[in-house]
Design a protein around this ligand. Sequence first.
Ligand SMILES: [Zn+2]
Length: 470
Amino acid sequence: MACLLMAYAQKKPKINDNKKAVIASVESQAQQLTALSDQIWAYEEIAFQEFQSSKALSDYAEAQGFRVSRGVAGIPTAFTAEYGSGEPVIGILGEFDALPGISQKAVPTKEPRNVGAPGHGCGHNLFGVASLGAATAIKELIEKGALQGTVRFYGTPAEEKFFGKLWMIREGLFDDVDICMDWHPSAETKASVQTGLALVDFIVEFEGQAAHASSDPWNGRSASDALELYASGINYYREHIRPTVRIHYHIQDGGQVVNVVPDYARLWVRVRDTKREGMEKVWKQVERMAEGAAILANVDYKVSLVSGVHEVLVNRTGASALQANLEYLGPITYTEQEQSFAKKIQQSTGSERVGIESAINPLEETLENPIGGSTDVGDVSYVVPTIRLSATTAPKGTPWHSWAVVACSGMSIGHKGMHYAAKALSMTMVDLFENAKLRENMKAEFKERKGDYAYKGIIPEGPPPIEAAN
Ligand SMILES: [Zn+2]
């Protein structure tokens, strides 16, 4: 046994004192971080309404000695927390919004905590807290004089809807940042090197004339007829789009009662593609089709842009630095109770009962056309070279944005992933502060991948749509 331990100790690469210090800092913050994430988990607040969650995070930052600016970029729940001065400026992102309708207790079978209420089905209660824990570990080193520069935590609301980061970028809050980091809860642990999908959200409204559905329907012009024709048009169009494109719509209003010809109908439409250029072509066509549906149903129509996000500009140089730290930390280990919880989750959601593991695989290839979701971190990655981490907070096969992720995000499997993320992020930030060459190389890769594209966020003029969130 002693020999085995020695062999392991020899194999393990050495880390410097600053990295040892950030690991120790995360360990000493562990209980507070867990309590903070459970608090935000229980607040279960959705986009632009994360008042308690934002306050809990910014209060924690303030108590640690960060300079906190609340309500930035015209968003009451957006904030920044900064420590230190001068260069480099290293940013770290933290999200904290929940998703509507998936409230769940921290148990492995479907059981809502508050029926119909939101839930943390994307693990953002862990996301914001781990990033702030990592920023705090770095702050302690700056305070001691062991690192020079500025660490800035971004409290970024409304990632699940509206995409809060876009207004923070437009406000210029990322203009002086050298490198940014973020992470996301996941069913695996890895440096993220996939681009995800660009997307756009817009609202289509139809307005007609109400009438009695039976006694004088000839006086009516039906907005819901237009809605059905429009949706049919979209579904016919699916045959003629590239396989990388996704189109979704959500019917928000299709009329109220059966005996009135509806005079109003409304859909939320979303178009995605792996590349922004591909998305834009389909976006314009799907917008145009609203006019066709309006003509057919003899109603008026209106299309309003909500917002959209860029695909992620990957930075493999940064990802490699993160990868080395993941390999040092090794996989997360789980107790028997956690394994049994994971298997019950898998059983209740119809996936294979294989349990949970967080093996560290070699750095993946960056795929030309990945599958997956979208994030407003994509926009940050077009403004600042960004390193992205995925850390295991739920077992493989767990349906994302579901009650099952809410369950895992409120118990020890989620907490472990969060502590792990805080360590990996802060270790990589140590690299970023100490290693000017790494920052330079990341910037060179960023420049090369971005080319001459001039970033412009997909948002309408004017203030963020805080009112629309209510
Ligand atoms: Zn998310």
